[in-house]
Write a protein that binds this ligand. Structure first.
Ligand code: 5GP
Ligand code: ZN
Length: 136
C-alpha cells in the first residue's frame, strides 16, 4: 500500500468516526428506530417538521446523491421501498407524504450521510422556491 493510500484510509476512518448517522447505525448514539435490515436503517428525525418525519439511511456511508455510483442503484431503490412500507405502517400512505433528498449547500443538506426524508401526517407547505427573490 502506498503512502497516499494509507493517508486516504485514515481520513476515511476519521470521517466515519465523525458522522452522526454512522454513530446511530453503530448504536453509539440513541435514535428511535422504526425499521432496520442489513443495508438500511430508518429512525425518527430529532427535530420533526411534521407529525411523521422519518429519516431512511443506508448503512454504507455515502456523503450525498452527488457521490452515488451505478452500483448503489439497488440500495437507493430499496430506501424508497422502505419509505413506502413505513408510510403504510404509520398509516399515512393514503393521504400522501413527501420524500426528500437534500443535496449539498443549495439543497440545504446538513448531515453528510445520505438520508431520505419521509415527511407526512398532515398537509404540507410547498417550500422549494429560491431564497433570493430576484433569481430570473
Ligand atoms: P438535512 O438538512 O441534512 O437534509 O437533514 C438532516 C436531518 O437530520 C435534520 O432534519 C435533523 O433534524 C436530523 N438530525 C440531525 N442530527 C440528528 C440526530 O442526532 N438524531 C436524529 N434522529 N436526527 C438528527
Ligand atoms: Zn456516515
Amino acid at each position: 500500500m502506498s503512502r497516499s493510500e494509507s493517508i486516504d484510509f485514515k481520513n476515511l476512518q476519521l470521517i466515519f468516526m465523525d458522522c452522526i448517522f454512522c454513530k446511530i447505525i453503530e448504536k453509539k448514539i440513541d435514535a428511535k428506530i422504526v425499521f432496520e435490515n442489513k443495508e438500511i436503517i430508518a429512525f425518527k428525525d430529532i427535530h420533526p417538521l411534521a407529525p411523521v418525519h422519518i429519516l431512511i439511511i443506508p448503512k454504507k456511508h455515502i456523503v450525498s446523491i452527488n457521490d452515488v455510483n451505478v452500483e448503489d442503484a439497488k440500495l437507493l431503490g430499496d430506501m424508497i421501498i422502505a419509505a413506502r412500507n413505513i408510510a403504510k405502517d404509520l398509516d399515512i400512505a393514503e393521504n400522501g407524504y413527501k420524500l426528500l433528498f437534500r443535496t449539498g449547500k443549495h439543497g440545504g443538506q446538513e448531515v453528510d450521510h445520505i438520508h431520505l426524508h419521509l415527511i407526512g401526517g398532515a398537509a404540507l407547505h410547498e417550500e422549494i422556491r429560491p431564497l433570493e427573490v430576484d433569481w430570473k
